[in-house]
Design a protein around this ligand. Sequence first.
Ligand code: AMP
Ligand code: FE
Ligand code: FE
Ligand code: ZN
Length: 291
Amino acid sequence: MEAFFRAQQPIDLHLHSNVSDGSDSPAEVVRAAHAAGVRTMALTDHDSTNGWDEARAECERLGMTFIGGMEMSTVSDTGGGIHLLAYLIDPDDAELIAAREAVIARRVPRLQEMTLRLSEDYEISWDDVLEQSSGTSIGRPHLASAMVKRGHIETVSDFFTLVTRDTKYYIPTPAISFREAIGLIRGAGGVPITAHPTGRTKPGHMMPREALLDVLNLGLAGFELGHRENAKNPEGLERIREYCEEFDLIVTGSSDYHGSRKENRPGEFTTTPEMLMRIIDEATGAEPTYA
Ligand code: AMP
Ligand code: FE
Ligand code: FE
Ligand code: ZN
């Protein structure tokens, strides 16, 4: 019960820094969260825990509770992309490090190739893209910012309208198997929660019961039901909400803050202390840092 009483509210468990595709440094992310009133936050950069120390120190300075996290790009057996949040993993777990480094290594040539394809039609270079990335994990938002800076588009969002999956510019994100990622996170003592579960699904798409039972068996802990992108498929979200009640799963709500690269603001969705307590109780890889 200790965690319940010590973690302060509001609780936002999904924020990105410039270690991946956010625009702010880890300390700046903490300050933005604090200014928005958030008092417990998780840093969840894509494929990296390199921002944890800086964010933790700033949380301690500002009297906030810090939760270490990470977001992984995974792919289901049926080929769908699923983002998986990993809470309180051991950041030094060898298997998890090997898996994420393999992904990061593939991210670079993928983005170089996308840049090259775009450069056939737009003035854009790999140096423009590198200039936008100061961290560990590079992705489309960096290329998007480079396109904005070159004046080809107005916002990062515009990039995702221009470079859709059916264009010649698009190359899929390097990802590992969803089932495998759940095992890796549990192996590192972490708690796996599916990020924005209906954010990328088609309206009306329903998660089949067999698929749910399979991933629960593997150790999936719950779903991020509170996330602005979930609104894209309200029926699918309702189905997952019912699953969460039926199987008593962990349910979170978070902002997915990316600084100036997304409109999402810290604290726009939050997680209850009861649910955070369950995450902390299940985790064996890392401890929260209380101020
Ligand atoms: P990548 O890692 O290259 O697959 O890029 C995925 C990242 O792009 C996500 O983590 C988001 O930060 C961002 N993203 C995806 N879709 C959109 C969108 N429609 N508008 C703005 N950012 C997006
Ligand atoms: Fe992102
Ligand atoms: Fe995501
Ligand atoms: Zn995210």
